[in-house]
Design a protein around this ligand. Sequence first.
Ligand code: ADP
Ligand code: ZN
Ligand code: ZN
Length: 756
Amino acid sequence: MAQKPLSNIPPQDSGNLTASACGTTRISVLLPMPFAGPFDYRAPADMDLQPGDIVVAPLGKRQETGVVWDATSTLPADLAPPVTEKKVDASRLRPIVCRLDLPPLSAELRQFIDWVAAYTLTPPGMVLAMTLRLHMRAAPTPTMGWAMAEHPALETLRLTPARQKVLDLLADGNHRTTTDITNATGVSAGVVKGLANAGVLRPVSLGPERPFGQPDAHYNPPVLEGAQQSAAVALRQTVAENRFSVTLLEGVTGSGKTEIYLEAIAACLEQGKQALILLPEIALSAQWMERFSRRFGVQPAVWHSEIGQRARRLTWLGAADGSASVIVGARSALFLPFHHLGLIIVDEEHEALFKQEEGVIYNARDMAVVRGRLARFPVVVVSATPSLETLANVEAGRYRHLVLPTRHGGAELPETRVLDLRDHPPPRGLFLSPELVEDIGATLERREQVMLFLNRRGYAPLTLCRSCGHRMECPHCTAWLVEHRNRKVLSCHYCDHTEPMPPTCPQCGSEHSLTAIGPGIERITEEARQLFPDARVLVMSSDTLGGPAATAEAVAKISRRDVDLIIGTQIVAKGWHFPHLTLVGVVDADLGLGGADLRAGERTIQLLHQVAGRAGRASSPGRVILQSYAPEHPVMQALLSGDFDAFMQQEAAQRKPGFWPPYGRLAALIVSADTAVAADEAAAQLGRTAPYGEGIQVLGPAPAPLAVLRGRHRRRLLLRTHRNIAVQPILRRWLGMVNLARNAKVDVDIDPVSFL
Ligand code: ADP
Ligand code: ZN
Ligand code: ZN
């Protein structure tokens, strides 16, 4: 969608206050709830209200926080929902209760919220709810916190690992509450108290006013070389232009992309504006935070779902009053009420994690571009393996393109080999080919680190009865149960169903007949431990790493070389920098190529390239071994040759003729109901009323690959149009025509990423 020209947005509306003859002032207020639009209220005579003001309004018997909204829409015609004129009589309007003492939402943000709502076919209040995601009426929060003592008696301190964590955290000079400290480090409150008693921490009062350090653009600039230098100059210029543009910063892993976009942030700070960096998994970004403070002298403000209430409030206010000049966050940070945002960076722009799949279904990468366009500032999207959407925008001249062709400091890209498992099969019941095992052994002998990658949690993806063939399935989903041997359970990866491993086959009653089929990382870990009993093994998956603190600790261990063999799921593929890691083994390179996903090939190559990029990031060269049963597959061939461009050109050539994205538009309708019959009935109704016409096509209905999910029966339809036909008006008309049973529901997913 990022390509969509956002034409004809009229200049900002002057306001929405209309005084009527009898002296009441009608205002509309958007409440953060799934209503079709704003409601009308009366502004009491003594209350001077402007669009954007955050107010408390009566709703039934309750009072709700909402925002004074614009009376007229500023949306382009093809997005604007139809207007329904049904004005409540002025005499019946209820008065606003009060205005909250909070910075008002800017016209740009209000426009953005309306735009996202219209584009995703979501009630605008649901989008507003992403902006108002805190207790707006809460009193200012605790004011007692901790700082390092002026002269901490460190020599005499008994330094436990827990205490060290606290000291590391506070070393940046910021003041924090006990809760902030325990959240960030995972230590108990007792540890903090102990440090205070030992005179290492001193109590400080935390004024809520200026909790954020000011990043210093000139604190520690890097020395840039060749292509880095010219990319940085170009990006700085882009920021200095001070208008909307999108730039793709592309470069192989380790080429210095982060270093370069930090320069764009420096340029933005020099202009006195705020910058936002979106990362796909902010909770995993300890190394990133460190780099930021090395460059700018302080930590940035952080925004994601796991920061505490106090941090949430401070960051929100810091965004709104401009005192938080740099915010790094997950996709939801896009809806913060920035005071003067001047730049958004979307790092790893190809990541599917930028797509929110529940509630408001939106892609943060694309909506970042929309926000930049509406508020007229530059957006930079960053990747080693850009999405086809972004590449198509570059090709069409809509996006600028900066390329860093080589790794920093002469480090070479890893040498890749595809190991044909048909020629080099693992021993029966095992999953590592002897060739790979030999290579791991030799690498460990050289005291270098090895990483084994398998994107599957648990012990085995399928449990099968050898006597009767029964497969252990989730009772609520169309999915196999995954064995987690460490926890001795079978668990569904699509809902929260978990059950103990049954002692006998539930179908035929045979004993000892249930067999694990296929590997998950627990099983690979078991195999690796047997092969390399002396290696120090670290398992990295969401099961073993509880939160940001545990992840940071794991990463620190790897950097300190306290680990020889790392075994992990996609967590290990993130942008980590492990200088002593020289061999990466991909246990099942074919995983992810099956299935009906439009982007299966693209996804696989992006993920595997990212994993491979962990190897050989310093002076020793790295190697990557991909175990595959399909070495001739274009994905394997592209990983071998390193010719990502050629692969993407092939992808483009395959998608163009059928008008698949990005060469056409796509929307998915997911019909769900509590019975299969009801789901079929609803899907059939949508099928009968499906739109048609030149450049418009509806595929389906068909059972979704996850035909049952959490007990709901699911059917899918796809609406595909030529690029010049917007799907929103078509969908509005279509959905307006059907009359679904009460237990059936349709979810609309514009620009779908998941096809489950
Ligand atoms: P990418 O984001 O492209 O993977 P990074 O920005 O993480 O690359 O750079 C890889 C490594 O090289 C990092 O440790 C980074 O600090 C270092 N590096 C990159 N460019 C420079 C530079 N000009 N000077 C010093 N170190 C650099
Ligand atoms: Zn059986
Ligand atoms: Zn389930």
